[in-house]
Design a protein around this ligand. Structure first.
Ligand code: PEP
Ligand code: MN
Length: 342
């Protein structure tokens, strides 16, 4: 829909827009109002180049898109009834909880094994553990591929599937071959389109899922859903959206908590939403409240950092990780709230 700056287009302007859309097999249908005339684009209006050329015209105020740019992730797409099932649990039918260490310590694997057991005992559905880590400071621990064996041993001991972040193309195959069920794309890489494409390509014919974090640089909701579309476009639509706090930070919190975007996402996409309250607020003391807020906003799940002895952890764990007791209580309360909301 073309909305001109003036009340109607001049004959020359109408001829120009008609010629542009004609190049893309579309037509213009004027909709004449008492005061203003607007111009419907009849045909497939999803061509970005056509839209850019129309938006570039000096006499065009704005273009309203009727059709969604997401062919697969849109709530109105054929996939709207698609459900993601992990290890027998279908997202949307109960609160799905991922919990575990921020970073696996390869020198002290028992912390991860003990955390994995505690996470299972607390009622979580999946265990998380960072093998490769995106660190702001290049001199801090960057992760270690040796932790992959520890991650999968934690999975074997508990019978729960595992989630880990992949940061580059080479990581994807290593993680999938090892048996990782959920590939996490972190906030720093959520706008790395070549990595998104590589993940999409590698998971296309596998029974695995992706947890796509929201980048701190993502503004409009569409940007987040489009990132998921990049992955789904290769054939496996099992992408879960994960708000994890954004920027500018809210003084006192690590980021600006963004669990409140959950209803907005749910209006546009069928994709499940699993909120990460740990990176959002960045301090263990605030995590339980942020987790409950996420559920109140309609989240389908939570991704929480936890550690048997947070003070002995590495990465974010000393600051953010919940102890097993607090994790267990938070999961129980979150599930009660989820049931209440339902
Ligand atoms: C993490 O999950 O430990 C992590 C680094 O997350 P994010 O990408 O959200 O910062
Ligand atoms: Mn972390």
């Amino acid at each position: 829909m073309i909305l001109p700056k003036t009340n109607r287009l001049s004959p020359e302007q109408l001829a120009e827009v008609t010629a542009i859309v004609g190049e893309f097999d579309c037509k213009i249908q004027p909709i004449v109002g008492a005061v203003r005339t607007i111009y419907a684009i009849v045909g497939d209006e999803r061509d970005e180049l056509m839209m850019n050329r129309l938006e570039g015209l000096a006499y065009v105020d704005r273009i309203d898109r009727i059709q969604s740019p997401f062919k697969l992730m849109d709530k109105r797409s054929d996939l709207a009834t698609h459900r993601i099932t992990i290890n027998g649990t279908t997202l949307g039918e109960s609160l799905f909880v991922i919990a575990g260490n921020c970073t696996i310590d390869p020198k002290n694997p028992n912390y991860f094994y003990e955390t994995a057991a505690a996470v299972k005992e607390a009622g979580a559905n999946m265990i998380r553990g960072g093998v490769w880590k995106p660190r702001t400071n290049p001199y801090t621990f960057q992760g270690d591929v040796k932790s992959m064996d520890i991650l999968l041993e934690g999975s074997r001991r508990t019978g729960l599937p595992v989630d880990t972040e992949v940061m580059e193309e080479a990581h994807i195959k290593v993680a999938l071959d090892a048996g990782v069920k959920c590939l996490q794309i972190g906030a720093r890489n959520a706008l790395n389109y070549s990595l998104l494409r590589a993940v999409g390509r590698e998971i296309a014919h596998r029974d695995v899922v992706v947890l796509l974090k929201r980048s701190i640089h993502m503004g409009p909701i569409n940007e987040f859903i489009s990132a998921a579309e990049y992955i789904a476009a290769f054939g496996n639509p099992n992408v879960i959206l994960c708000p994890r706090g954004t920027t500018p930070t809210l003084d006192g919190y690590r980021n600006h908590p963004d669990e409140s975007i959950t209803p907005l996402l749910k209006e546009k996409t069928w994709a499940p939403v699993i909120v990460d309250p740990s990176h959002s607020v960045g301090k263990a003391a605030y995590v339980p409240s942020a987790a409950l807020a996420a559920v109140a906003y309609g989240a389908d799940g939570l991704c929480i950092e936890a550690h048997v002895e947070p003070a002995k952890g590495i990465g974010d764990d000393p600051k953010q990780a919940l102890t097993p007791e607090v994790l267990k209580k938070t999961i129980a309360q979150a599930r009660q709230l989820w049931a209440l909301r339902r």
